[in-house]
Each structure stands twice: as C-alpha cells, then as structure tokens.
Design a protein around this ligand. Structure first.
Ligand SMILES: [Zn+2]
Length: 492
C-alpha cells in the first residue's frame, strides 16, 4: 500500500469503527433486553441444570457430572469447549467468537463437605452430612453459563463483536481451581472478567476478601501397643494436638482480622495402637497475603516444635493452595450497578417468602439471634454501591487472584433468607428451589448486560484497565506455592 492509500485506508477504518461504535450506542439498551429475553425464554433449561448440579452436590475436584452438565449446555449452544485444563479433570474453558474485546465469565460448581443436602425449609441437621451446596455454587455455575450463552446469541447474530469465554473453575471452596488455571496462563490475556455469587442481598461487590494459605501438616510417629509397650511408641496424634494448643496461644498475638481454622484429617486407627500417622489441615487467613504468609510460617514453626516435643517427625508440609486479597475495579462496579438497577432484582412469590422465613426461624443461632427481626425474609432491593472500596473482607475466594492480573467485577444476588450465614443448611435448601432459579436468572441478565457494555463501549474498557493499573502497580505479587507444583488430585 502507498503512503496515501494507507492513510486513506486508516481513515476509512477509523470512520467505519466510529460508525460501528455509534450504531452500538443507540442499540445497547435493546441488546441488553435481547439478552435478558433469551434468559427468560430459557429459564426452564437453566433451572433443570441447577437442580441436577444441586442434587449431585459434588465436592471440589470430584465435580465430574456437574462440570459435564455445564459443558454440554455450552456445546449445545455452539461453544468450543476445552476440558481438563490446568491438570484438573473438571476444569474447562468454553469459547465463542473471535477477536477483541475478550470478556471472561467465571463459573463455579463445587459443593461443601459436612453439610446436609435437603430442600426442606425446616432444620435438616443430621439428614445427610456428606456434602451440600451451602455456598450456592450450583446456581453460580448455571447463572454464569446463562450469561455466556445470552451474550453468544448476540455475537452469533453479528449484533456485537468480540469473544466470550466461560471458565469452568472447580474446587473454589479450597481455593484451588482458579489459582492453578491462572498459573497455567489462563485469564491473563482477557480484557475483563465478570463473576457473581449467591448471597442474602442484591449488591455489587466492591470489597476485598481475605488472603488464605491452605496447607496440610503430616506427622510420622512409631506404632506400638498403647498399653503393653507405650514406651516403644511415639504418637503422631500427640504432635497434632500440641500443634493445636500452640496455635491457640498464638491467636492472642496476631491481628484480630486474621483467622486460623483446622480439621484433623488423620488421627490414628484405634486407641490401643499408638498412632503412627496423623495429619491436620489448616486454613491461615489475614487481610493481605504478606500477613497470611507471616502467620503461616509461625504455624509451621509451631508444627516443627510439636514434632520435637513428641519425638515424632513433621515429614510433610503441603501448601495445597493460596488465595490473595481481592482488588476492586470502580468502572466495572459502576457498570454492574447500572445494569443491576436497569434489569431489576428478583421478585418473590408469597410461597418463596414464606419458605425463606421458615428457614430464618428454624436456623438456631447459638446466641439466640433472631433472623426474622429485620422483617425481611428475601431481599428484593438493590443495595447502593459503596463509595469507597472496603479493604477488609470476611471470607476468601480464588476470584481474588485473577483480580491481580485483569480487571474483575462481580455481584451478589439474593438467593436465601436474609441475614443467614453462608455454609449453612438454609443456603442449601433455598438454592435448590425456585428462589435459586430467580437468583441465577437475575445474575445471567446483569452479567450479560455488563459484557455487552464491554463490547460496545471502548471507554468503559479503557477506564477499567486504567483503574486496574492504578490499584495494581504499587503492589507486589508473591506466592507461597512452589514453582511448577500442579493442582492437588483431591481436596479430601
Ligand atoms: Zn462460594
């Protein structure tokens, strides 16, 4: 091309692009309505998928049927699916479209161990304590897939240009899926990432989460007859118990926002055999990664000391995963808030309100707190977007790790009784009913609408990237996971 021709070509290209963007501007609201219409016409399909995944209640890295359910839905709608990514059989990436902008939507689908699985609104404690969807990840997965397919319709019809990616991210409850997908290079080249979560409010997330280090400590002792020859044995369980005592004393001298909790995963076979093997599993959390890492190393020293005190061996400390504190993105939060306000919040039937009110009454708080006191059984209002980023979170999520590499925005949608704690049976119960269906459909619409903004408004994408830089540049990324380590095979 000659200089003049190239100049003309560039001018023509710019004019065409401007024409495309301005034609978008007029139609964007209609595009969002079209996406919402797709969700409304396909709610039954999404509801059936949720009910299946909710019933499977598969825990992290075992979500074979749940992952397949979502993959099948995406394939049936024309997505190209790459399964078993980042060394995890249940992780996948589904893609549709080509070129930029590239918008990623996150889906989770793992259940929790040790909670009951029932859709009864009365206390179901003791029913089946194997596993349940007490964090609402069955609706999380399906709602996100709904958003991705709604967006795909618009890309397929030529109404918007770009690529939509749906990430199937397993084992969120142990902070594993996204962490190892990120280490495998995923997410980093996308322009923006959207996600959502079950909650008791309708709210745009503009707050941080706790950094977490997830590690198992394995002790080795010597087995012997506990009564006839105790002096010949060394108890690995004693080391686990002393480690626990040490950590209780440590608690007094750490920042009050830090959290440390554990379960004993191996404690010996029977009382008359000195336990040769014992293992304890710790989550060490703090408001930022550096503090979490400092406390984790303190816990490790306590474990080493417990081994010395009991003449046993601390033969393995396995950092299974870690999560960082979440970084906020103001332009994405504002776009989500606008769309959430425009598309509306779930509206509940009398039966749904009564169901949630029953769970509020039946959930027995140990301190007698009355969950019905607020007079709201299910929220149908949109909370205002907070002015400033809330720097301290209560829980942790591996979504946060992605927020260190790409602009990330997310929402919470009311999907269970107001005020009730996550990881409890009332969350399981509501998630499996039409309350969960309404929440996931709302999430599908709001995420799809915000993706549409990202495809059609280059200023929004630029602003999101500028805000990401401003927040991220002063920070240093550190990781406690050894270089080259692959994802664990199991979370149990
Ligand atoms: Zn969750």
């Amino acid at each position: 091309m000659t200089k003049i021709n190239r100049g003309l070509g560039l001018l023509l290209g710019a004019l065409l692009a401007t024409a495309a963007w301005s034609s978008y501007a007029a139609d964007v609201t209609q595009l969002k309505k079209d996406a919402a219409k797709w969700v409304d016409s396909n709610t039954k399909t999404l509801e059936a998928a949720n009910r299946k995944i909710w019933t499977y209640a598969e825990v992290g890295l075992e979500e074979h049927k749940s992952s397949k359910e979502l993959q099948d839905l995406l394939k049936a709608n024309g997505f190209k699916v790459q399964a078993g990514v980042a060394g995890m059989p249940t992780a996948f990436v589904a893609t549709f479209g080509e070129g930029g902008p590239v918008v990623g939507i996150l889906a989770e689908f793992d259940a929790l161990l040790g909670v009951s699985q029932s859709d009864s609104p009365t206390a179901s404690v003791g029913a089946n304590l194997e596993s349940g969807h007490a964090c609402g990840h069955s609706i999380f997965g399906v709602g996100s897939v709904g958003a991705a397919i709604a967006v795909k319709q618009l890309i397929a019809s030529g109404a918007v240009r770009g690529t939509i990616k749906l990430y199937g991210t397993p084992a969120e409850e142990t902070g594993i899926g996204k962490v190892y997908m990120l280490r495998d290079g995923m997410f980093k080249n996308d322009d923006a990432i959207l996600h959502w979560h079950a909650g008791d409010k309708n709210q745009v997330s503009y707050s941080s989460s706790k950094a977490l280090i997830n590690a198992k400590f394995h002790f080795k002792g010597v087995a012997a007859h506990a009564s006839a020859a105790p002096s010949s044995g060394r108890s690995a369980l004693d080391a686990v118990e002393l480690m626990s005592v040490g950590v209780q004393y440590m608690r007094e001298h750490i920042k009050q926002e830090a959290r440390i909790h554990s379960v004993i995963t191996k404690g010996g076979g029977q009382p008359n055999v000195v336990p040769q093997e014992a293992e304890t599993w710790y989550y060490v959390r703090a408001n930022n990664f550096d503090d979490a890492y400092l406390y984790f190393n303190w816990v490790r020293e306590i474990a080493e000391s417990a081994a010395k005190m009991t003449k046993t061996e601390l033969d393995a400390v396995t950092i299974q995963s870690e999560t960082h504190d979440m970084l906020g993105n103001r332009p994405l939060a504002e776009a989500l808030q606008r769309n959430f306000a425009m598309l509306g919040q779930p509206q509940w039937t009398a039966a749904e309100l009564a169901f949630a009110a029953t769970t509020q009454r039946e959930f027995k708080d140990p301190f007698g707190f009355d969950y019905t006191k607020a007079g709201i059984s299910l929220s149908s209002n949109l909370e205002p977007l907070r002015d400033d980023f809330e720097p301290a979170g209560q829980a942790s999520t591996d979504v946060a790790d992605i927020s260190w590499f790409v602009p990330v925005g997310g929402i919470r949608v009311a999907s269970h009784g107001y005020g009730l704690p996550m990881h409890s049976w009332p969350v399981v119960a509501a998630t499996g009913t039409t309350i969960g269906t309404k929440a996931l459909a709302t999430a599908s619409k709001v995420l799809a609408a915000t993706a549409i903004d990202l495809y059609t408004d280059p200023k929004l994408l630029d602003a999101a990237k500028a805000d990401f830089k401003k927040v991220r540049v002063p920070l240093t990324w550190r990781t406690a996971i050894p270089e080259g380590q692959m994802a664990p095979k199991s979370v149990r």
